[in-house]
Ligand binder design. Structure first.
Ligand SMILES: [Zn+2]
Ligand SMILES: [Zn+2]
Length: 160
């Protein structure tokens, strides 16, 4: 028996459901580990975005220069936080691992800009494009939110 139907005062024991009621339809899925092509974890507990440790990457752009930023690890959330530098949200940026400098792998081009691409981070240290997340390298793009790589492929083929 998983618990009594009545509590010790004889009241009907109703499981706590408040948390579910409060939750919006969009379930929050948060990534707690994500890896560069060389297997370094990019989630940084030092840099929270939207209340969770963010995906911290180096950026580099012709106009933006270089620096460090943290992207929200919450699926579908386009929030980000600049740690160093001043990235132009309308310029496609080169993202790389802050530990080893390896550029993140490119999944596909993004329709938002001729030079924009979606880049991948891996869910496991061993790189597998089917076990990955993807996001656009243009910070102002709605696709800059983290999504599963499979969804990115579908999304991009639909928008063609
Ligand atoms: Zn690395
Ligand atoms: Zn884009």
């Amino acid at each position: 028996m998983p618990g009594n139907m009545f509590d010790d005062k004889g009241r009907l024991n109703i499981p706590e459901v408040k948390r579910n009621e409060k939750k919006t339809v969009k379930a929050e899925v948060v990534i707690n580990a994500i890896y560069c092509p060389e297997g370094h974890n990019l989630i940084s507990v030092d840099h929270e975005v939207s209340g969770f440790p963010g995906i911290t990457v180096k950026f580099n752009g012709r106009k933006s220069g270089s620096g460090l930023l943290s992207l929200s690890a919450v699926f579908g959330d386009t929030s980000y936080k600049v740690i160093e530098g001043d990235p132009d949200p309308h310029e496609p940026l080169d993202f790389s691992c802050p530990h080893c400098g390896t550029a993140l792998d490119v999944l596909a081009s993004c329709p938002c800009d001729p030079d924009a691409v979606t880049v991948m981070c891996y869910l496991y240290p061993k790189k597998d494009p089917h076990q990955a997340i993807a996001f656009c390298n243009l910070l102002s793009c709605p696709n800059s939110a983290v999504i599963r790589s499979g969804e990115a492929i579908r999304l991009l083929s639909e928008s063609r």
